[in-house]
Design a protein around this ligand. Sequence first.
Ligand SMILES: Nc1nc2c(ncn2[C@@H]2O[C@H](COP(=O)(O)OP(=O)(O)OP(=O)(O)O)[C@@H](O)[C@H]2O)c(=O)[nH]1
Length: 335
Amino acid sequence: MPSATSAAPIPVYLLTGFLGSGKTTLLARLVHSREFADTAVVINEFGEVGLDHVLVGQSSEDDIVLLDSGCLCCASNNSLQETLESLYYRRLRGEIPAFSRIVVETSGLAEPAPLINALASDASIARHVRLAGVITTIDAEHGAATLDEYETAATQLAVADLVVLTKTDKVAPEAASAMAGQLRRQAPGAPVLRADRDGLQERTDLFQAADRRTVAPGQFGLERPRAWTRLAHVLRYGIASHVIRADGPVDWARYAAWVDYMQSRLGERLLRVKGILLMEDGAHYAIHGVRHVFSPPRPLDGEVPGDLSGVLVLITRDADEEELALAAAVLDGGA
Ligand SMILES: Nc1nc2c(ncn2[C@@H]2O[C@H](COP(=O)(O)OP(=O)(O)OP(=O)(O)O)[C@@H](O)[C@H]2O)c(=O)[nH]1
């Protein structure tokens, strides 16, 4: 565990998911597990009537509670920036135990992109914390209808690094499997874990599965496209996912030109970019963008399967084939 004065930014995981999709129920299980021993959980109620922290098991008047598992629970009505700063400095001053990661439960109606962008672009925050991954809960019973009906839910899925399919006890196993398959198509690149009332059904390290820096074998659940791009799935609202590839190492100037193209040409219509590029220095880097904000590429831990090297998933809204073909060409050095 890093010391309280360690300069390494603390990883932050955002837990998002539509209203009633099971975020609090999942957290209420997880906060008592060993995995959460050195985790600070922020339940961000953003002016809502504070309830969720009570559901997680924190009934004291205090704003921060240390659970038996070692997990710190913190309910907050402040902005995400204020909350994270306060946590950071209280940890630094030794007022609270030195947690090594933070999980933030966001409001069910929140578009996660502004929070993600705030983490990346607020300089005073970005020095202390880094976005490690976005975990999105989808309800096995109502998830398909919700995704169809509410654009916020579709956006929450689009930005996921890990999807947790909740309430699998409420549907037949075949229905849960079909839904998991649908989610893999809609959010290519994000592993799908299942949960019921008792928490996660798989014995998986949630943080590792959600971490953008690690690649689990088979994680992407997609084939390296043979042609330049493959339309993976079209959701409503013109939201669609595509896969593009870059053959061979990419030099940094070309990568910069590609980011520039994505930002200037697609702009607000770009929802999410994720994938792995082999760069000119011979290392594999995790590539992440949410809306127009791209995180600095980070070298990946561990082996990267050959079929994932150079593969990027793009989730866009109202993008046409020509724009995507050009995106692939810019990346591949053909434009
Ligand atoms: N059967 C079953 N019910 C669940 C499961 N997860 C959540 N629920 C129920 O679904 C309802 C909503 O769950 P919450 O955990 O409060 O959902 P949430 O995403 O935190 O909701 P908001 O705070 O409104 O965004 C509650 O009645 C839970 O008991 C599950 O895996 N199985």
